[in-house]
Design a protein around this ligand. Structure first.
Ligand SMILES: Nc1nc2c(ncn2[C@@H]2O[C@H](COP(=O)(O)OP(=O)(O)O)[C@@H](O)[C@H]2O)c(=O)[nH]1
Ligand SMILES: Nc1ncnc2c1ncn2[C@@H]1O[C@H](COP(=O)(O)OP(=O)(O)O)[C@@H](O)[C@H]1O
Length: 209
């Protein structure tokens, strides 16, 4: 059996640059190596968002049915909408040896840690409050009222930073991407992840003369 893929969680206050970092990371690799998990959500799609690609957009009724069916690895309410990660989808990807990235909030991260203690968790931080606010504004996606509520929510998300294995401060984007790549490579180089790959090598090295 192939070595199972690694599971990574990236959490951050909205606007810190989590989606940009994951998408840049995935661009460097093939989908046989890394994939981002597509969550289910009850929020409305934004212009340009594609069902099944950015999210699986479902009704509240359907989401509640999925909770009852135990379909979710984790789920949480964020900004008044439900978000959840499909258990079957994740397990299938990991079983194929694919590294899977979950872009989820701190509540989801807590639930996954309980189920899968070997998950690698990464907190993406903005370089300052002011930078975060500017990024939210520059994205041109939210009204001033929504930005104010996201800033309040950001404080709640940031208050959990100590629960994460790694912290990346996304100031210079290329540096943050390099840091993320280092964490992913570090995980892949662990002995437990390499046993299958190097069986023959160590058989050879340990052979009797
Ligand atoms: N717990 C949990 N959180 C999720 C999931 N999918 C997305 N989120 C989080 O929900 C929050 C809102 O996401 P979104 O509606 O895409 O808005 P964004 O803040 O602009 O990225 C972000 O903090 C995401 O990390 C999920 O499946 N589970
Ligand atoms: N290091 C950075 N410096 C400046 N702007 C950035 C940086 N990283 C991301 N951004 C910009 O900040 C905005 C929010 O990024 P996004 O990836 O959508 O955040 P999130 O997924 O965390 O909500 C986007 O307009 C993005 O281009």
């Amino acid at each position: 059996m192939a070595t199972s893929g690694n599971l990574f969680i990236l959490s951050a206050p909205s606007g810190a640059g989590k989606s940009s970092l994951i998408s840049a990371l995935l661009k460097q690799a093939s989908s046989r190596e890394m994939q981002v998990s597509v969550s289910h959500t009850t929020r409305q799609p934004r212009p340009g968002e594609v069902d099944g690609q950015h999210y699986h957009f479902v009704s509240v009724e359907k989401f509640k049915q999925q909770i009852d069916n135990h379909d979710f690895y984790e789920y949480a309410e964020v900004f008044g909408n439900y978000y959840g990660t499909s258990e079957v989808a994740i397990d299938n990807q990991l079983a194929k040896g694919i590294d899977v990235f979950l872009d989820i909030d701190w509540q989801g991260a807590q639930q996954v840690r309980m189920k899968k203690p070997d998950v690698t968790t990464i907190f993406i931080s903005p370089p300052s409050r002011q930078a975060l606010e500017e990024r939210l504004r520059s994205r041109g996606q939210d009204s001033e009222e929504v930005i104010a509520s996201r800033m309040a929510q950001a404080k709640a998300e940031c208050s959990h930073y100590q629960e994460f294995d790694y912290i990346i401060v996304n100031d210079d984007f290329e540096q943050a991407l390099a840091d993320l790549t280092t964490i992913v490579n570090n995980q892949r180089l662990k002995r437990s992840q390499q046993i299958e790959n190097h069986q023959l090598l160590f058989k050879d090295l340990l052979a009797n003369d």
